[in-house]
Write a protein that binds this ligand. Structure first.
Ligand code: AMP
Length: 410
């Protein structure tokens, strides 16, 4: 059991840092409520205990103070529906229950709204990033926020890599027994720890996506942990070129060729097998209606580009995934947004699901691999889908995440 699950919130005002940074369309409708949904169990547990909830979040990247476009008032409806609609008889909610809103996250209005909050009520505070102090990790601002509740709950894994006022600094104003991870954050931390520190071998990391430069530190850190590293997607071609291959006009970071060689050499020394795609689906242009061929990945003709892993590579990758006991997947194997180039990513997603059904622990994280498992309806067939792309990458780079450290240090 976690500290959060054991805590009885009856009579407490829980100040929860959530990550409700969700996409919003021109009419201010939330177009993907995954991040809000992920925190609902945390909120419900507190309300069911007889506590009240004060929610703090950021939304977008407001540059200069308050702007309507980034007001979190646009989230009230989604939050209300997810909390109450469809559950009229559960957890003591009644039809008068609403989501209250304070149009400032500090100041008189927030203090007053928090002070009169009753057990079972939810108060949403206006966008934290309307104050520059939030991202600066300002102590005075953090202390003002801390006064609104008497227990601090961090459920925002998506911002755990930021040392902001509401994600890290604020924890200093609560005693050890009154600060904790929420259910989402706890699940994220446990699954990331399981992969990085308690992995059963063979441990395969599948790293894909566009750029080597984004993933170098992750790959370097995984060389100390994994037995196999599968490299697919656009980034594979920098490795293939570094090894002397001809990659046509495939994606390549020429300033990273030496880095790629260093990684391949380090892997040899550490006895880690790095697997690059033997063949590719190549295209004569970057377009959904391009002409395509299958070609060995190191002899791609000029004017053609590799946009997916080929059938041979897929077979080899699937076999490795099938033998794994721990799997980490970040980044697609190809341009899976286009139908002609989705087969590799789909096959890898299916292989990860099959291996999970066979007892492997699989963690999928990073925006595009999450989008891929969702697209292929496999999200509930892997062990854990992380909600925090940037935070997860930094965790696997071996960095200490301020949002985690702030709670764990006591
Ligand atoms: P990332 O955000 O680095 O994980 O990259 C994800 C993006 O990489 C997706 O939009 C994919 O379409 C793109 N991608 C994957 N494979 C390739 C490839 N072979 N060439 C160009 N882009 C790719």
């Amino acid at each position: 059991m976690s500290k959060f699950s054991d805590f009885n919130f009856s009579g407490h005002k829980a100040l929860i840092r959530v990550d409700f940074n969700v996409p919003i369309d021109m009419d201010f409708n939330v177009t993907d409520n995954t991040r809000i949904t992920a925190t609902i169990p945390t909120i419900k547990k507190i309300l069911a205990d007889g506590g009240s909830v004060i929610l703090m979040t950021h939304l977008g990247r407001p540059k200069d103070g308050a702007v309507d476009k980034y007001s979190v008032k646009h989230l009230i409806n989604s939050l209300y529906k997810l909390l109450y609609v469809g559950h009229p008889n559960s957890d003591n909610y009644n039809e008068n229950t609403k989501v209250l809103f304070a149009d400032d996250c500090i100041g008189t209005q927030a203090v007053l709204a928090a002070s009169i909050l009753k057990p079972g009520e939810v108060l949403l505070l206006e966008n934290l990033r309307f104050y520059k102090e939030e991202e600066k990790g300002d102590k005075v601002f953090a202390e003002k926020l801390s006064k609104l509740g008497d227990v601090y709950v961090n459920d925002a894994f998506g911002t755990a890599h930021r040392a902001h006022a509401s994600t890290a600094v604020i924890a200093n104003f609560f005693p050890a027994e009154k600060k904790m991870f929420g259910l989402l954050m706890n699940a994220e931390v446990l699954s990331a720890e399981k992969v990085l520190h308690q992995s059963q071998k063979p441990f395969t990391a599948i790293i894909g996506g566009a750029k080597v430069s984004d993933k170098i530190l992750v790959i370097e850190n995984l060389l100390h942990r994994a037995t196999d590293i599968i490299i697919g997607g656009g980034m594979a071609y920098t490795f293939l070129k570094a090894r002397g291959g001809k990659i046509g006009s495939s994606l390549c970071e020429d300033d990273r060729l030496q880095t790629a060689l260093n990684i391949l050499e380090m892997a040899k020394q550490k006895n880690v097998s790095i697997h690059l795609p033997e063949d590719s689906v190549i295209a004569d242009k970057f377009a959904a209606d391009a002409n395509t061929e299958i070609c060995p990945s190191d002899v791609i003709p000029d004017g053609w580009m590799g946009l997916d892993i080929g059938p041979k590579a897929t077979g080899i990758f699937n076999e490795i995934i099938g033998k794994s006991k721990t799997i980490l997947w970040n980044g697609p194997m190809g341009v899976f947004e286009m139908e002609k180039f989705q087969a590799g990513t789909k096959a890898v997603a299916e292989a990860v699901a099959a291996s999970t059904a066979n007892g492997a622990f699989s963690l999928v994280g990073g925006g595009d691999s999450v989008a891929a498992v969702n697209k292929f309806n496999l999200a509930n067939k892997v062990s854990y889908v992380s909600t925090g792309g940037g935070a997860m990458l930094e965790y696997f780079e071996g960095k200490t995440l301020p949002g985690i450290a702030a709670i764990k240090k006591d």
